[in-house]
Design a protein around this ligand. Structure first.
Ligand code: SAH
Ligand code: SF4
Length: 347
């Protein structure tokens, strides 16, 4: 097994690698163009790269992508892929079509997750391991190539959300390097505003976000009372709301514009008037967007989704108080691809 993967390199680290191995630095531009602009990942076809460098890459660097083991299509057009890595561990990656040719990839950052949120299907499998940068970029590339081969040869993702399996800030360096490849002009060249990282609230890593490219940050808040948040998210026992908001204050908002707060609505638990009041008190409406997520059920889940009326009521309460508030439509529920339904299995 080759240790090094071509998908682990940022443009700059590939330049450094080439110089170190006595190859010209500009070959990094050419290699990145082949991979991230032309989606040609076979070095044998990189016609403008010297034979010596091509042989070096073939010998020393893996260009293999993770395997798409299973693909499922929802009736709303969402596709869920079971992606298998070299060691046979799997994650799920979701491709969600939207308005105006928007195509969002929901990427996983870990095999499983150790944060243990009581409403999340991923939590039930625990954490197996972090994903490497190459495996995060690899999900993007494998799903893109699958879609290009099976659906539309010109298809490209327009948005990325780190909302698949895993806590992205628990795997800070790999997620950061993958994000650089997604944003770099020489790489996939996505706009910062189209990449969103969602976190359960790992305070020390939130305080390090100034070292991270300035993408959108979404905080999984889910409750405005410590006791309810602790019931839903054990991490709140370690980093309670006060600590969380101290950390959020350190995020440089010039780059991040505003923070999105994800609020999972669960029937009779956090969908009451007192919850609206506490939420309004906790958040600064000028700097916050609220994204309401109706709870998605999965086999064995112990919570229930609120009624549509309750969801509308909760939203209106926030809108009436001047908050920017949207409801996240749950896509792909029929194939268990919606938020919190992902697990490293096929169905
Ligand atoms: N670990 C990160 C990102 C992955 S989860 C985080 O927790 O933020 C992406 C979003 O899905 C989070 O807001 C999470 O709270 C939400 N989610 C988890 N389980 C859910 C469920 N059963 N129904 C709806 N949303 C859920
Ligand atoms: Fe992990 Fe996010 Fe699921 Fe919580 S909601 S267990 S942090 S993946």
């Amino acid at each position: 097994m080759k240790q090094l993967s071509i998908f682990s390199f940022t443009h700059q680290s590939l330049q450094k690698y080439l110089i170190y191995n006595s190859y010209p630095k500009f070959a990094a531009d050419q290699i990145f163009k082949w991979i991230y602009k032309d989606f040609e990942i076979d070095p044998n076809n990189w016609s403008n790269i010297s034979k010596a460098l091509r042989s070096h890459i073939i010998k020393s660097i893996s260009t293999t992508l993770p395997k798409i083991k299973i693909d499922l299509l929802s009736k709303d057009g969402t596709r869920k892929f079971l992606v298998e890595f070299e060691d046979k561990n799997c994650v799920e990656t979701v491709a969600i079509p939207g308005k105006d040719d928007r195509l969002t990839f929901c990427l996983s950052s870990q095999v499983g997750c150790c944060i243990g949120c009581t409403f999340c299907n991923t939590a039930t499998q625990g954490l197996t391991r972090h994903l490497a940068t190459s495996e995060i970029v690899g999900q993007f590339m494998a799903v893109t190539l699958w879609l290009q081969n099976n659906v539309d040869s010109n298809i490209r993702a327009t948005n990325i959300v780190f909302m698949g399996q895993g806590e992205p800030l628990h795997n800070f360096e790999s997620v950061k390097n993958a994000t650089l490849v997604f944003l770099e002009d020489k790489g996939l060249m996505l706009s910062q505003r189209r990449v969103t990282l969602s976190t359960s609230g790992l305070v020390p890593q939130i305080e390090k976000l100034n070292e991270f490219p300035p993408v959108n940050i979404a905080i999984s808040l889910h409750a405005a009372h410590d006791d309810i948040r602790s019931e839903l998210m054990p991490i709140n026992e370690v980093y309670n709301l006060k600590r969380l908001f101290q950390a959020i204050k350190t995020i440089k908002l010039k780059a991040h514009r505003s923070i999105t707060y994800e609020y999972l609505l669960i029937k009779d638990l956090n969908d009451r008037q007192i919850d609206v009041n506490a939420l309004v008190k906790l958040l600064d409406k000028k700097l916050s967007k609220i994204n309401l997520i109706p709870f998605n059920e999965f086999p064995g889940s112990k919570f229930q989704c609120p009624t549509d009326e309750r969801l509308e009521w909760f939203k209106d309460q926030l809108l009436n108080r001047g908050f920017l508030c949207t409801v996240r439509l749950s896509k792909g529920q029929d194939i268990m691809a919606a938020c919190g339904q992902l697990k490293s299995s096929s169905t």
